[in-house]
Design a binder for this molecule. Structure first.
Ligand code: SF4
Ligand code: SF4
Length: 300
C-alpha cells in the first residue's frame, strides 16, 4: 500500500530553503560484521553501554536496535552455500584506498560447506512519512533541514506514543530516564559538514552517506553489477517513493527477502488513515446530533 508521494519532506515540514535530502545506502553485500559502526555511534553520541554479552542464539552481542543501540549489525546464519557470491571487497578496495583491505577477513566465515552469513547494519529509516513524528504531542520529534527525523532529548516527556507508531520497531524508551532515543543521523555532525560517525567508521563502505538521489543511483548500479555476477537475489529495500512510508532516508541492498533480515516486507506508515478516521468520526458526530435533534423535535 503506497503513501502519498512527497518530493521534499524538509520543505513540506516548513523549511524555506532546505539543502538536498541526505541519507544512508547500506550495501549489506560488503558488510563484514565488524560492528565498527555500532561502536562509533556509541562513542560519538555518548550512548550508554547496553549489555554487550553474546546472545545464546548468535555471535551477535547487541541483539536489536534499541534506546541504547542506534546502529545494530544483524548476524544471520543460513544453511545456504555462498556459491559464486563475491563478498564485494574488490569494489571496496577501489573505494577506500587508505584502508588495507587485504588485512581484513573476507565475509566470515567464507566457507563452502553449505553455510553462509548475512550481515546488515540496521538503523532508523528516517522515513519520508514518519509515524513517530506524526504522533509526538510535544514537538520533541522534528524533521530537520536535511530531511532526517530527530528526537530532542530535552523536550521528550516520555509519553512513548512514538514507540508503537514506528513500523520498524526502531524508536525505543530508555528505562533509566523514560525518554525515547534513536539515531539522529548525527545531526550535529551534518551541521559542520561531517559525515555521520557510523559511515565514517565503516571500513568497507558498506554504509554510504550522501544525497539520497545520488545514493539511489549508485545502489541501482550495484544491484546490476551483482546480478551480472549471478547474485540474482540482490535487491533494494526502501528506495521506492511508492512504498508504504513514501521511501526511506536509509535504504538497503539485501541478498535475501527482507523478513530474513527481520525487516517488514511491506511497511506502512501507521498514521496513514488517521485523517480519514477523524473525518469519519466527525461525520458520525454530525449525523448523531441531527438524529437527536429530529427525535427531540418529534417528541414536542
Ligand atoms: S523508522 Fe521509525 S523511528 Fe525512524 S523515522 Fe521511521 S517511524 Fe520514525
Ligand atoms: S548516523 Fe550517527 S546517530 Fe545514526 S547510527 Fe550513525 S552514528 Fe549513530
Amino acid at each position: 500500500m503506497s503513501a502519498r508521494p512527497l518530493a521534499d519532506p524538509a520543505r513540506a515540514a516548513g523549511w524555506d530553503a532546505p539543502g538536498e535530502r541526505v541519507g544512508f545506502f547500506t550495501d549489506t553485500s560488503i558488510c563484514i560484521g565488524c560492528k565498527a559502526c555500532e561502536v562509533a555511534c556509541k562513542e560519538w553520541n555518548d550512548v550508554p553501554e547496553d549489555g554487550l554479552v553474546f546472545l545464546d542464539s548468535s555471535y551477535d552481542n547487541t541483539g536489536t536496535l534499541g534506546a541504547s543501540t542506534w546502529r545494530h549489525v544483524a548476524f544471520i546464519e543460513q544453511a545456504i552455500p555462498l556459491g559464486g557470491q563475491d563478498a564485494g571487497l574488490t569494489e571496496a578496495r577501489d573505494l577506500v584506498a587508505e584502508v588495507d583491505l587485504d588485512a581484513l577477513p573476507a565475509t566470515p566465515p567464507e566457507t563452502h560447506d553449505g553455510f553462509r552469513w548475512l550481515m546488515s547494519s540496521d538503523v532508523c529509516k528516517h522515513c519520508t512519512h514518519a509515524a513517530c513524528l506524526d504522533v509526538c504531542p510535544t514537538g520533541a520529534l522534528f524533521r530537520t533541514e536535511f530531511g532526517t527525523v530527530v528526537v530532542q532529548e530535552d523536550i521528550c516527556n516520555g509519553c512513548g506514543y512514538c514507540v508503537p507508531a514506528c513500523p520498524f520497531g526502531v524508536i525505543d524508551q530508555r528505562h533509566a530516564d523514560g525518554r525515547v532515543w534513536k539515531c539522529t543521523l548525527c545531526y550535529d555532525r551534518l551541521h559542520v559538514g561531517l559525515e555521520p560517525a557510523c559511515a565514517q567508521a565503516c571500513p568497507t563502505k558498506s554504509i554510504q552517506f550522501g544525497p539520497l538521489s545520488e545514493l539511489r543511483e549508485r545502489a541501482r548500479d550495484r544491484v546490476e553489477t551483482l546480478h551480472g555476477r549471478g547474485v540474482t537475489a540482490a535487491r533494494l529495500y526502501g528506495d521506492d517513493d511508492g512504498d508504504g512510508v513514501g521511501g526511506m532516508g536509509a535504504f538497503f541492498l539485501l541478498l535475501d527477502d527482507p523478513e530474513v533480515y527481520r525487516l517488514p516486507p511491506d511497511p506502512v506508515v501507521t498514521t496513514r488513515d488517521v485523517r480519514a478516521m477523524w473525518k469519519a468520526a466527525a461525520g458520525a458526530a454530525v449525523a448523531l446530533v441531527g438524529l437527536t435533534a429530529a427525535v427531540a423535535g418529534r417528541r414536542r
